[in-house]
Design a protein around this ligand. Structure first.
Ligand code: C2E
Ligand code: MG
Length: 702
């Protein structure tokens, strides 16, 4: 027995039967049934603990248990009951007793501990500031678990919610070692190395904390994750006397979060690691590579022309193709290597431990072959060739981000070289990419900052030698790189979608300029050719933009010639057909640009949409020395005449070329021989000279 002064309130026979040991204590007072509710007058001096027999005598006294316990305050009270009446003990605790024991079901040690605990708890309670008392009594009744410890780590209080959560029976009082074992596993499943990090330790050291996730491990039960808040407990003088933690069970919400995190790590369509997970895995692989001083490579795989699969066969087929590609990738990399989907039609592979650098190329070559084989999707046979970029660690970059980026750059280069091949990353490629990125960023502002300008190149009628029209050619006055030709930025405009707004600006500006020239020089038939990118034809807005430009300028639609290319697309797609029909309805002329070098189907030529061809300058350039080009040009012109289609020859640089074209009855010509593309002011001067009969144009005529 701990040597506390104990006052027993209860029947003598109950004490005699169950509390035999107490009888021997000199400070123990037994009250008979008749005086059960009266304290000895001098008790206040000697009583550490009151043992109250929670039995039928209380009811007979005419007082409720709660009244009695309230009357006994501020003494710590332990209710005594028998196992079969345990509910009375629980009721006593609810009414404010420090605890209860079932006298017929308790060991001497446990009883000793319970008494000791009640005394400590009572002492601490008596020292608590009034605010803390209120707070604790509120906490006792909330749904969150609450545990109170004194400054030696003794658990003084566990509220009912905590007991339910932790599966602790109402009678169980944790021993002092409990502080070290309760929630001793951190959220990653590792034991806390430092006991100062344990939630109860933190609280009783006076630290205020929130949302500490810790795992509570109960034998033979699944782990419970708790989110714990804690803080110190202070007496009325502000001295730290213990700590309190409140907590809630977050096992389920954490499980759901983990599930969601898992979902967020894998690509939904293909089941491969997504870019987040891949980058994480790749970072770990870099660590392994460093430790083993073994090489590592990132392969970046992009599909050539995937967009056209999507566009022509539909998104379902496109998705099915991506899934099959993912399967082939998984099935054709070595154990230990791993892959992921970077996004869209882009995949990434990490190669480890491949020995010599050349083996990375062999792996890339193997993937090239495997991925290029036929894909059977439903009843369709689909082919997809990949382009692969290779970046080696550490030569091409020291971090996952840099290596993947480097492999991406190399992949773009492989694509540029025709696709269906692999390409190692090099520093020179990087400079190119940086420039491209700078250009793309700049292009986003080019329109607003009025950095686009149009140059115009004269077109002459070969029979009469008269200037009959101009081709509008886009230029970008870049603040750092100077005047840039379309080859430098058009692909970026097209791939970034900026082509729509830039194209709109070209149409409006060219029409306004033509109208001004027609009025100023009284040349109502002067025409303008405007280049369109294939993407523009897929956008409904194009027709509105053209018709608005016509309405705003009052131009005759026949003076506008829209140059389109990529006849294959034009032939196959309904959207483009619709757009072309609508444009024709407006009365504008349509011409096929780059004729003779790009895919063109006879069907599209014969569709009635096309008013003219522009023979590509590559054909014209060789025409002097290349017999077959001569034959092609002749045949193209003859075919065009048969179909009542006008032919323009572009890139005319020599008198010989011009003479040859005339001899073939080519209709129109354009090229450096006649005039380079010029800014509007210079074209104005040319037009003025034309009407004055003092032409500035060189027409190749002596
Ligand atoms: P294109 O439609 O074939 O335009 C003719 C190109 O050939 C122009 O190049 C012009 O400067 C060049 N050229 C003209 N005569 C000669 C010559 O005698 N010799 C040589 N070597 N070249 C000559 P530019 O301006 O660099 O334009 C290149 C291409 O960019 C154009 O080819 C056209 O497809 C495209 N483009 C130009 N402006 C626009 C535009 O506003 N929108 C769209 N979508 N594409 C445009
Ligand atoms: Mg053109």
């Amino acid at each position: 027995m701990s040597g506390h002064s104990i006052l027993y309130l209860g029947r003598g026979e109950f004490a005699a039967e169950y509390l035999g040991e107490l009888e021997t204590l000199p400070c123990c007072t037994y009250l008979t049934r008749s005086t059960a509710l009266e304290l000895p007058e001098d008790a206040s001096y000697i009583v550490d603990l009151v043992l109250l027999e929670a039995g039928p005598m209380i009811a007979q006294s005419g007082h409720s248990l709660a009244e009695l316990i309230a009357q006994l305050a501020p003494y710590p009270v332990i209710a005594l009951t028998q196992k079969e009446h345990e509910h009375r003990g629980i009721a006593a605790v609810r009414a404010g007793a420090q605890g209860y024991i079932c006298v017929d079901d308790i060991t001497v040690e446990a009883q000793d501990y319970a008494f000791d605990h009640a005394v400590k708890r009572g002492r601490m309670q008596s020292r608590l500031s009034s605010t803390d008392v209120t707070v604790l009594s509120i906490l006792n009744n909330i749904n969150d678990g609450v545990i109170v410890v004194d400054n030696a780590g003794h658990v003084l209080d566990i509220n009912p919610a905590a007991r339910t959560m932790l599966g602790i029976s109402p009678r169980m009082l944790p021993d002092p070692t409990w502080e070290q074992t309760f929630c001793c596993i951190d959220e990653n499943g590792d034991s806390y190395r430092n006991s100062a990090d344990l939630p109860l330790m933190r609280a009783r050291s006076g630290e205020k904390f929130a949302d500490q996730i810790a795992i509570c491990r109960i034998p033979e039960q699944p782990d419970i994750a708790l989110s714990i808040n804690g803080q110190g407990l202070y007496d009325g003088n502000g001295a730290l006397i213990g700590g309190v933690i409140t907590f809630r069970d977050v096992t389920e919400s954490r499980r759901r979060i983990t599930e969601l995190e898992k979902l967020a790590q894998f690509d939904q369509l293909t089941g491969l690691a997504n870019r987040i997970l891949f980058a994480e895995q790749f970072t770990r692989a870099i660590g392994r590579s460093q430790r083993k001083a073994a090489p590592l490579a990132a392969l970046f795989i992009g599909l050539d022309r995937f967009k056209s699969v999507n566009d022509t066969l539909g998104h379902d087929t496109g998705d099915a193709l991506l899934c099959q590609i993912a399967d082939r990738l998984k099935g054709n990399i070595r154990v230990g290597d791993f892959c992921g989907r970077w996004g869209g039609d882009e995949f990434v592979v990490c190669l480890e431990d491949f020995g010599e650098a050349a083996n990375a190329a062999a792996a890339a070559q193997k993937l090239l072959l495997v991925l290029s084989e036929k894909y059977q999707i439903g009843s369709s046979e689909v082919y997809a060739t990949p382009s692969i970029g290779i970046a080696m660690y550490p030569g091409s970059g020291a971090t996952a981000e840099k290596l993947i980026k480097a492999a991406d750059i190399a992949m773009l280069e492989a694509k540029k070289r025709g696709g269906g091949r692999f390409q190692y990353y090099s520093g020179a490629l990087n400079t190119k990419l940086e420039q491209r990125e700078e250009l793309e960023a700049g292009l986003r502002h080019a329109l607003v900052r009025s950095e686009f300008i149009l140059h115009y190149q004269p077109r002459i009628d070969l029979a009469s030698g008269r200037l009959i029209g101009l081709e509008a050619l886009l230029r970008w006055q870049h603040p750092r790189f100077g005047l840039l030709p379309p080859a430098r930025f058009l692909p970026i405009l097209e791939s970034s979608g900026l082509i729509h707004s830039a194209g709109e600006w070209v149409i409006e500006t060219a029409c306004r300029q033509l109208a001004a020239w027609q009025r100023r020089f009284e040349l109502p038939d002067l025409s303008i050719a405007i280049n369109l990118s294939p993407q523009q034809l897929m956008h409904d807005r194009l027709v509105d933009v053209v018709s608005t430009a016509l309405a705003d300028t009052g131009l005759d639609p026949g003076c506008i010639e829209l140059e389109i290319c990529d006849g294959e697309m034009v032939q196959k797609r309904e959207t483009e057909h619709k757009t072309l029909r609508a444009l024709r309805k407006l009365g504008v002329r349509l011409s096929l640009d780059h004729f003779g070098t790009r895919d063109v189907s006879f069907e599209s030529i014969d569709s009635g949409f096309i008013d003219s061809f522009v023979l590509d300058q590559a054909l014209i350039a060789d025409v002097e020395n290349n017999n077959s080009h001569q034959r092609i040009v002749r045949a193209a012109i003859a075919m065009a005449q048969g179909l009542d289609i006008e032919v323009t020859a572009e890139g005319v640089e020599t008198v010989h070329q011009l003479e040859f074209l005339k001899s073939c009855n080519c209709n129109l010509a354009q090229g450096f021989l006649i005039s380079r593309p010029m800014q509007p002011e210079k074209i104005s001067a040319i037009l003025r000279s034309e009407i004055a009969g003092t032409s500035l144009l060189a027409r190749g005529m002596p």
